[in-house]
Design a protein around this ligand. Sequence first.
Ligand SMILES: Nc1ncnc2c1ncn2[C@@H]1O[C@H](COP(=O)(O)OP(=O)(O)OP(=O)(O)O)[C@@H](O)[C@H]1O
Ligand SMILES: [Mg+2]
Length: 298
Amino acid sequence: MQKEYLTLSKVSIEFPAKQGTFKALDEVNLKIREGEFISLIGHSGCGKSTVLNIVAGLLHATQGGVILEGKEVNEPGPDRAVVFQNHSLFPWLTVYENVELAVKQVFRKQKSKKEMDEWIRHNLELVHMSHALDKRPAEISGGMKQRVGIARALAMQPKVLLLDEPFGALDALTRAHLQDSLMEIHKELENTVIMITHDVDEAVLLSDRIVMMTNGPSATIGDILDINLPRPRHRVKLADNAEYNHLRSEVLRFLYERQKRPEEPSKPVKTTAGSATPEAGEKAEEAKTESRKSKKVA
Ligand SMILES: Nc1ncnc2c1ncn2[C@@H]1O[C@H](COP(=O)(O)OP(=O)(O)OP(=O)(O)O)[C@@H](O)[C@H]1O
Ligand SMILES: [Mg+2]
């Protein structure tokens, strides 16, 4: 039995609302092993980013808390790098300088100037951004900004990598490429990853476990799915794998049968196969449009 690494214990949070308070999360309990790759999936607005921000130390739980390697998480730290849902680069810095800032923060004492320069370039190469080192965020696309954010997080070599829909805004080819890179990086660095995604195939392809959240308010963990597919995983081979297909239908069933939200169209859940959700109407149409946009190489 591996020692406890990252623990969310009875995490609840209330936000001030017009009338009283709004309870977003209710008693979220999760034990994560060192090196584990966890995906968080759930309908839009259920509280996924809130969970991630609490682990990052950016939000404080109203009750309960987070323990990382025996220490309570109270504030952000370089041991937990975040890639935010909305890219968050400093607009006045170039692509290179945005990554440099993070690298200096972490490696100033360990790496020489030359080593830091090589490390910055290496991480930007990983996300295919070497051509735009001197561009400012306003001069590059949303997907490119997201890639720089990923490079910046990876360059910090954090113990825990927190990814909030990191590939959501990317085109299909870049997304597939980055998913493969992330699997390679995770294998090499063995860092612990928590990734929020709306893409069922992405979750199954990358994760050791998929944590499925119930709808809010008072959202919590509804179920956890173990993904025991052997690694390395290849998207093309997995397309015909019975276990893979069983797992993805388990996630779809959770989202669209057990946690069905008929009252409002939620953010569409994407699938590699481009299949629409089992639901009819607006949501299915939305999902189709979305999956046409982001149809992946399968
Ligand atoms: N600072 C805040 N103040 C008040 N309410 C908040 C705050 N942050 C989040 N919420 C509410 O908490 C709930 C969960 O929000 P959160 O952003 O975590 O959802 P999410 O699952 O990440 O959604 P999405 O998939 O759309 O990104 C929502 O109802 C949201 O309106
Ligand atoms: Mg979110």
